[in-house]
Design a protein around this ligand. Structure first.
Ligand code: CA
Ligand code: CA
Length: 365
């Protein structure tokens, strides 16, 4: 009887093992490991189940015990979500996504299915994913900050059980405009409540990476609705190519945006991208406001107009550098200097203010 029980146990184990084959990093079992695999991790965060026998982070088919639980909308068994196979679903499972990024598989069991979420949580005022830049124009070789904001107009629209949890999207742009090897992504890891996957064509440490002209990004709460309110998700530091011949807009497009709540339901999302104009030549540095003097040349009173109010000191030098006159302005931003007794020639008027020193050439005739 004891032998029979053991035999039945062995039989059921092998049956259970053969009932599931996973690839570590394909947490949603859609056939590849990428940024979307962060979403199931967020939904199922903290759950426990049977560890995977002989678990490995390598990308090969691994027999597994199916877990009792499933993702609520996609129906993926949680055995897939425990990517490292240690029996716990937590941030350690991120490693399998990074290590196997962009790998493909066709032989999981059940077979891979597209990650299509058929259940939508209705909202009246849609959350927004907004891309902005720290400037309006950029020239060749210049560094720009791209900021990814996530805006929730009405946080009260979501019950705690169905509030926004995770977001994923791809940025696409003309790869001839950016020096992609210099792109850096700085996710907002300060609060510590979000997990991130950010992949660029220069991603170091990823087995594979997205194509040039694409950045794949995902952020997810750790089982908790960390996207229930507005926040900045990340800053990207991008560098323009050195050789840009034509002035043109930097067309960054947000592709495949997907926002889900803690119940794995889709929440519709608006997107917006601020304009950035790429100039074919480096733009002139913006000139600080200048001291104005007039009339110039003069044979009498010279009007001096400061770009900002006093205090200011002035010194008038001859062409050979001798001090001819000195004084200061205690209030206002305009005064007169009488040059009627000065020998004709070129003079230098030095104006010293808290903003700096400026020298203006003045001609007397
Ligand atoms: Ca996947
Ligand atoms: Ca795990």
């Amino acid at each position: 009887m004891k032998h029979l029980a053991l035999f039945l146990l062995a039989l059921s184990s092998s049956f259970l093992l053969s009932a599931q084959i996973v690839f570590p990093g394909d947490l949603n079992n859609d056939g590849t490991a990428n940024h979307l695999d962060l979403l199931p991790l967020g939904v199922a965060y903290g759950q426990e189940g049977p560890p995977r026998p002989e678990a490995s982070l390598e990308w090969f088919q691994q027999p597994n015990f199916p877990w009792a639980g499933f993702l609520p909308v996609s129906g993926v068994n949680l055995g897939f979500v425990d990517a490292d196979g240690n029996g716990f679903i937590d941030s350690l499972d991120l490693d399998a996504i990074a290590l196997n990024y962009d790998s493909l598989q066709f032989s999981s069991l059940p077979p891979p299915q597209p990650y299509i979420l058929s259940d939508t949580f209705p909202v009246e005022e849609l959350p927004e994913l907004a891309i902005r830049f720290d400037r309006d124009t950029a020239g060749p070789g210049e560094t720009i900050n791209l900021i990814i904001d996530y805006i929730v107009p009405n946080p009260d629209a979501f019950p705690p059980t169905a509030a926004p949890l995770a977001i994923a999207f791809t940025l696409e742009y003309a790869d001839t405009l950016l020096a992609e090897e210099q792109t850096l992504i700085e996710p907002d890891t300060g609060p510590g409540d979000l997990m991130f996957v950010a992949a660029t064509s220069n991603s170091v440490g990823f087995w594979r990476s997205p194509s040039p002209g694409q950045i794949e990004f995902a952020a997810s709460g750790r089982g908790l609705p960390a996207l229930a309110g507005s926040r900045t998700l990340a800053k990207m530091i991008i560098v323009m190519e050195d050789m840009i011949l034509l002035s043109q807009p930097l067309d960054i497009m947000i592709k495949g945006p997907l926002l889900i709540n803690t119940a794995e339901q889709v929440i519709a999302l608006k997107t917006a991208v601020a304009p950035l104009w790429i100039t074919g030549q480096a733009p002139e540095p913006s000139l600080p406001a200048k001291v104005q003097v007039f009339p110039n040349p003069t044979s009498g009173l010279l009007q001096i107009q400061l770009p900002q109010p006093a205090p200011a000191e002035y010194t008038l030098f001859s062409y050979t550098g001798q001090c001819q006159a000195q004084g200061s302005l205690a209030f206002g931003n305009r005064w007169e200097l009488n040059l009627s007794g000065y020998a004709p020639g070129l003079y230098f008027l030095q104006i010293r203010t808290p903003q700096g020193v400026e020298v203006v050439r003045v001609a007397v005739w």
